[in-house]
Design a protein around this ligand. Sequence first.
Ligand SMILES: Cc1cc2nc3c(=O)[nH]c(=O)nc-3n(C[C@H](O)[C@H](O)[C@H](O)COP(=O)(O)OP(=O)(O)OC[C@H]3O[C@@H](n4cnc5c(N)ncnc54)[C@H](O)[C@@H]3O)c2cc1C
Length: 431
Amino acid sequence: MSISRRDFNKLLLSGVAGSAFGLFGMNSKTFASGAARKHVVVVGGGFGGAATAKYLRKLDPSLSVTLIEQKLSYVTCPFSNWVIGGLKNIKDITHTYTALRTRHGINVIADRVVSIDAPKGQLKLASGKMIGYDRLVVAPGIDFKYEAVPGYSQKIAETKIPHAWQAGAQTLLLQRQLHGMKNGSDVIICAPDNPFRCPPGPYERASLIAHYLKKHKPQSKVIILDAKEKFSKQGLFTKGWERLYPGKIAWHSSTGGGKVLGVNAENMSVETEFGAIKGGVINVIPPQKAGKIAFDTGLTNEKGWCPVHPSSFESTILKGIHVVGDACVAGAMPKSGFAASSQGKVAAAAIINLLNGKEPAPPSLVNTCYSLIGPEYGISVAGVYQFAAAGIVEIPGSGGLTPLDASDDQLQQEALFAEGWYTNISKDIWG
Ligand SMILES: Cc1cc2nc3c(=O)[nH]c(=O)nc-3n(C[C@H](O)[C@H](O)[C@H](O)COP(=O)(O)OP(=O)(O)OC[C@H]3O[C@@H](n4cnc5c(N)ncnc54)[C@H](O)[C@@H]3O)c2cc1C
């Protein structure tokens, strides 16, 4: 029997995302019986951390699981471009931890982890409380290399030139700036070099900002200054831009004038090799690195990301600590929410094996990234991944892209699938 990419993804997201665990040949009873009440602590309640916490409890209800998240609710980056483009409200992409606490028996603590003592197996919270663990999962997401863009800083990001690459206040700031911008001014998006969170994200953002401008500021356009020579789903984006927003989005590759030498927040300009460009709104997406707590704990390599064993997501630097999500080095997998949740499930299964004195089974991982170019114009890229000698690799022929010659119906369906994907993954993780 053959299984299509879409069928496979449906299976993984249909409440039996747990079906993936069939691959590990285990169920909750296998582990519930033999194990003493072990305590697993998860730091970070985003796609990676919340999925790990939930699936630890689903697979082995005898486990005690604590999730520590510094924010009271979580605003997803997925669909935040839709909010910026006026297609969704911030409430639509905000999730609480109530279900994890009440339905899944996870001890959710709203606090910030300030230090981790790996040899002692304990961590300290900003409130001063100490918490011990048998195994720890660190899923802190990303931090920014502000200093890599001369003239840019966290303060400037918070006041004048948002990155909006962590959703919430930054999303709303960029949206407000867009609304306040004069018709005829331009929006500049500075996209970083690889690797970074959500490779298609800057181009989806450009699309949905162009959608907003077309309606509300028809004399304005979007200029993308890119640190790269090519980008994710480039052919599909370019085709969509020509169809929906002709002349409205200008993309400059790194060697074609896109290299950013610095920003000037005073006169709202970006310095490039070809001179300064003024923007009514400037959105700098700086280069990234693993979240701060990963650095402070010594989990990062020289490139600023956390190397892990691909079968368990256990750190190759510190035993007993697993890292999932954007912060980890996951081979061919992109830094996406879907990838983070898939890694979280693999890590959960591996942790349960390890707590029971067993080796983690070879994992199977999955990712799909939908992007919206217009309200009825969606595209996607998907892949299934496995563990090989080289680390995590994509299984050849397992996924693929929306075809370049997709019909209008297919593109419209992709937009609908994107909505379905968001609803399902949100329920799967926080529901
Ligand atoms: C504009 C945009 C669009 C995107 N669209 C998509 C998409 O369509 N599909 C997709 O799959 N992905 C998408 N992504 C990527 C996705 O958002 C990330 O890959 C995903 O959020 C990574 O999950 P994570 O758990 O690693 O990190 P996060 O989601 O960032 O979660 C980390 C959490 O850890 C918490 N934390 C950090 N440090 C501490 C600490 N010391 N103590 C306590 N808590 C801490 C943070 O508060 C945060 O809640 C998009 C990203 C962007 C920017």
